[in-house]
Ligand binder design. Sequence first.
Ligand code: PEP
Length: 273
Amino acid sequence: LSLHDALPISTSTTMASFNGKQYLVGGNWKCNGTKESTAALVATLNGAGVIPAWVEVAVGVPSIHIASVIGTLRKDISVAAQDCSATGNGAYTGELSAAMLADFGVKWVILGHSERRVNQGETSALVATKTKQALDAGLSVMVCVGESLAEREAGRVNAVVLDDHMAALKGKFSDSEWARIAIAYEPVWAIGTGVTASPEQAQEVHASIRGWLSKNVSPAIAKATRIQYGGSMKGANAAGLLSKPDIDGGLIGGASLKAEFITGVCQNAPEPK
Ligand code: PEP
């Protein structure tokens, strides 16, 4: 029996069920795109073919392109932001609040990406605060967690992923809020490097994250929460990763800028049995 059996659908506001599972595949366009290249990417994705019904898809769009992409992108792909403010509206120059994103029709926000943890110094506590802001505004959140190569080599995977990144989320959200949270396990050493965690390496950490959720939130939330893998995921390795029992989707950087995002990743997600 997989952990997804007998998924309590009523805990989720967004999720359809295919034998208790609907994958979540997120794209992350990062800081890329002119007006022209973004329109071309939308046209590519719009023409890339059918997305299986058991795959939910969202793409993380640079903020300045969100309004145009929401108006032109196929409706079976929702739009995600790549960050949001830790505060609401008000005297916060340069910030973009979760409420503004929701007002524009954004459905998801990617929070705690390792590039922001490293480059902007975002702490796990800040990521938790932003997650609350996003949930309060009605958004769903992909919270990114993951260890660096040095941390893995020092045997600190659980110390970083569970005791720091996940621990900051403990006791902060209701069950109905957890139904709008996905966890993206993204080993930093696999992001943008072409090095992918093996399906077995990823499955091991995904199982520990689900175990953490079971112990620290609830067994029902652990079953229902989608845990995505991110790190050089592409058409060639998607099926192997997505067939593991605790890998419920992907978060894809480089390959999300190509038709392969649909034809190689989404279309290779095995139908849940
Ligand atoms: C990412 O940025 O979340 C990511 C997984 O990137 P890539 O797929 O390019 O490794």
